[in-house]
Design a protein around this ligand. Structure first.
Ligand code: 1DF
Ligand code: MN
Length: 346
């Protein structure tokens, strides 16, 4: 992108990568059918096995943590990328294998950050189905490797993080004051079926359904009452949730007042309060003025951040689309740079 001098650096906050070993294991699982996840079969059946240029190009770009990625960032005008393990990450594997791969991938991405400290920062992968080991890994990743937070790719084989087993992970995030980025995954096995025949399971819509649901489960379960300092990040401008704030509050109040479900207890505050005060938002995949400014309006300009979603949505012209947002220079700087610096301590 042609670029005039600007008074801020652009930090892109949802930029995916994948270690070769994990991709090889995924392809093997696709070939021998040793997974139980129709969404994974649909999404990675394409990216992992299709000979199309789109699929082969993505798999190559995902694995590059060096010159090719940096050249792509230069071409798009992205100064810094916050890297995270692509979906579904390690969460498809049994807990021991998942932890082992989380540790090795955190080491690998931390080495890339050390090679290019002004261009890369990274989040730590964990295994939500091994919460105690994950909590220890978060501490190592933050304190020893210098990673900036945690990435979870939504459900783990149908398991959601509102389960009290995951409290150890939230405790670690809160104690270290690092955010947890709840990135999409395809709809869990319990709800994948109606999405798949029309190819609606992935980024077109299923990601948002799955991940918005997951975030709301955390809110309604009272996770933020128990962990009031927990910081959650959602991509894709909150997976639709900002648009729903009014109706979620209205309906939740009625459910609580009528004691409709043993799974819903009164909360200290309204659901929208947590979505405004415990959650930050990135515009990954949504370089669209009305949606971005809506999110800034109902959530707050200090909580909405830039993301590209490289390499899945590597469209250099989109940086220009976002650059033309109708906001003041100060807000543009918050959006592209300072909100991310403050939240992730970059
Ligand atoms: C896609 C999009 C794939 C996103 C992703 O990870 C991903 C896609 C496998 O286009 O299929 O992270 N995204 O976040 O929008
Ligand atoms: Mn993404």
């Amino acid at each position: 992108m042609s670029d005039t001098p600007r008074p801020y650096r652009r930090i892109a906050t949802e930029e995916a990568w994948a270690p070769a070993e994990m991709l090889q294991r995924w392809v093997k699982m696709l070939e021998d059918g040793s997974h139980n996840d129709p969404g994974f079969g649909s999404l990675w059946g394409f990216f992992g096995r299709s000979p199309t240029p789109r699929a082969r190009d993505l798999v190559a770009r995902l694995q590059d943590l060096g010159d090719r990625r940096l050249a792509d960032m230069d071409a798009a005008g992205v100064d810094m990328a916050l890297l995270s393990l692509t979906c579904p990450g390690v969460q498809l594997f049994d807990p021991d294998t998942a932890m082992q791969l989380a540790i090795s991938s955190n080491d690998e991405v931390a080495a890339a950050v050390r090679r290019h400290p002004t261009r890369f920062a990274a989040l730590a992968a964990v295994a939500p189905h091994a919460p105690e080991a994950s909590a220890r890994e978060i501490e190592r990743a933050v304190n020893t490797l210098g990673l900036k937070g945690v990435i979870v790719n939504s459900h783990t084989q149908g398991f959601y993080m509102d389960d009290p087993k995951c409290w150890a992970i939230f405790e670690a995030c809160e104690a270290l004051d690092v955010p947890l980025y709840l990135h999409p995954n395809t709809p869990s096995p319990q709800m994948a079926a109606p999405f798949i025949p029309r190819c609606l399971d992935a980024a077109i819509y299923g990601f948002a359904v799955e991940t918005g649901l997951h975030a709301l489960r955390l809110v309604v379960a009272g996770v933020f009452d128990r962990f009031p300092k927990l910081k959650l990040v959602l991509g894709h401008l909150g997976e639709g949730l900002p648009y729903w704030l009014y109706r979620i509050d209205f309906m939740h109040a009625g459910i609580v007042a009528n004691n409709r479900s043993p799974g819903v207890k009164p909360l200290a505050r309204k659901p929208s309060d947590y979505l405004r005060e415990n959650v930050w938002y990135t515009c990954s995949g949504m370089p669209w003025e009305p949606a971005i400014t809506f999110c800034q309006h109902v959530i707050g300009q200090d909580r909405v951040m830039y993301a590209m979603d490289y390499p899945y949505q590597y469209v250099p012209d989109e940086v220009g689309m976002v650059e033309r947002l109708f906001v003041s220079p100060q807000v543009k700087r918050m959006f592209f740079e300072t909100n991310a610096r403050a939240l992730f301590k970059i």
